[in-house]
Design a binder for this molecule. Sequence first.
Ligand SMILES: [Zn+2]
Length: 391
Amino acid sequence: MPYPNYTEELLGLKDISLKYVKRCDNKLYIHIEMHKRIHTCPRCGERTSKVHDYRKQRIKDIPLFGEITVIYLRKRRHICPKCGKRFYETVSFLPRYYRITNRLAAYVIQSLKEVGSMKSVSKLVHLSPPTVARIFDHVEYSNTSLPRVISIDEFRGNAGGEKFQCSVTDPEHRKVIDILPNRKTEDIARYFLGYKDRKVVQHVVMDMSEPFRSLAKSLFPRAKIIADRYHVVRQVIWAFENVRKAEQVKFYDSRRKYFKRNRRVLLKRPENLTEEETDQIASMLKISEKLRQAYFLKNEFHKLMECKSREEARKQLGIWNMMAAGYNLPEFQACTKTFINWSEEILNSFEYHFSNGYTEGVHNKIKVMKRNAFGIRDFKRFRNRILHVMS
Ligand SMILES: [Zn+2]
């Protein structure tokens, strides 16, 4: 039975022998050598273990026992007895061009999966932020196929000299497909034209953005476009809020403040109101005819959103549009105009239950990332970091 190599077990490094360990200033210095092996000459192919000289290499490793760990490898330089070529022995645990172990590089990359900054990771592993960034630059995500359902949306990323970036996600499998450098339609079109399998896309979810819709229609002519439901409701909430704000400026001070303070009660669904809140609303609506109309339209719209089928929704949307057009509220007339223009896409959301909910979550996570990392300015790094964190 061979004697187990506890050094290899403990350090997790293969084919090494431990020379000595020194501890000083909270650092652990581990001096090692590789086992002596026969190497093949890179020039002539002769096999040899003849040593020419040694060089000490300083290698950073992952913290061991909670201490900064530095490995000193006494590296052999061999000499070929046949052709005289001098060459270093191979070390399996070292990546090329770095004075760190493979596993430290892997640990850095793993740590960057969290939304924290490169700076916080660099502190954790005791490497400089530029080194951490350079290690991360080896990570690259690319995507070659599209899913059945895609969601496309813009967000304020401030990367690569552009204010807005676009995210492309797969809401069905909750995956980020890609991050695009800007929201210019010609660039987005060029990006999607790079895919050979555009035909597989059956549904495209988006908010009610005209440029995105015409883009989707030309890129995915067979796909159904779905308006994001939350975005549709938001239009109505905004219209309602604008009516409230316009009305309350007409009030005297204490009443205005009262309305402002109780805006949340007004936004609640009637079925969720307490008795006291119901009375409160009744007295608020008594004061303004416009607010009463807006309140009615808002609640009627919630009813529409609860429709269970496309047909039911089609009827309700028609009724709602008529009612909203009938009142003298420009805010709601603007809604009606949008909803008529987007009626097919809105009704699609009652037939196919995909939304931008996942995308919104991704955008929120990006926001946190950006808060932690003072501007990931370089777009390539920005994109890879998002795809890395979301993968
Ligand atoms: Zn040789």
